[in-house]
Design a protein around this ligand. Sequence first.
Ligand code: GLP
Length: 238
Amino acid sequence: MKFYEVATYKEMSRKAANIISAEIISNPKAVIGLATGSTPIGTYNQLIEWCKKGDLDFAQVTTVNLDEYYGLSGENEQSYRYFMNDHLFDHVNIDKNNTHVPNGLAKDPEAEGERYDAFIKEIGGIDLQLLGIGIDGHIGFNEPDDVFVKETHLVDLDESTIQANSRFFESADEVPKKALTMGMMSIMQAKKILMVVSGENKEQILKEALTGPITPKNPASILQVHPDVTVIFTKQAN
Ligand code: GLP
């Protein structure tokens, strides 16, 4: 595992964007796994800047996102599909047909999970997966649990996650209580993993994840057994 601590959120974002760019430049048809949350926004802004300058080309890139709130359509401003369009896809030369987010309106979430995993397999898996980390150690929306769940599945969000994410909503009551998330299989089968973490409030959970026991009680701890993980951390909150 490579671990970098940098001084500023801007440096973290720039370094992460450099790693994603290197992947796309060396493999223009790369499959990039993407994450939401406030942490990767700076990374996306940097990628947009380089794309606008002509240094980065998304024309043949495929993306698969980690998760989506269950019950929200992609047109809902709080949905992760909307977030991705707004923070990245609308500003780079990616073909929207090549951008994939679990369907938050799927009537049968189990079938949607199976479809999503089969699709990721069909396109050859993920070359580089970008991750953030939740305050409780969640990756995607894999919340602390008694087991690691392999497949894309429906989860009940933890109260701490609902509270943390309520800053994007009018109130905590409006935060969906469930989400569809990629499971550990697709994440751990990604060839490379890049995790961005910002803020002192994440330092302890990150330390436990990277150096403590590997346990589903801290979902990010599973990354310790992945062969190619890069973590970029800054104490500076964004
Ligand atoms: C969200 C997302 C995660 C993200 C995490 C941290 O709920 N599902 O993929 O990594 O919580 O978000 P933030 O970067 O806003 O702290």
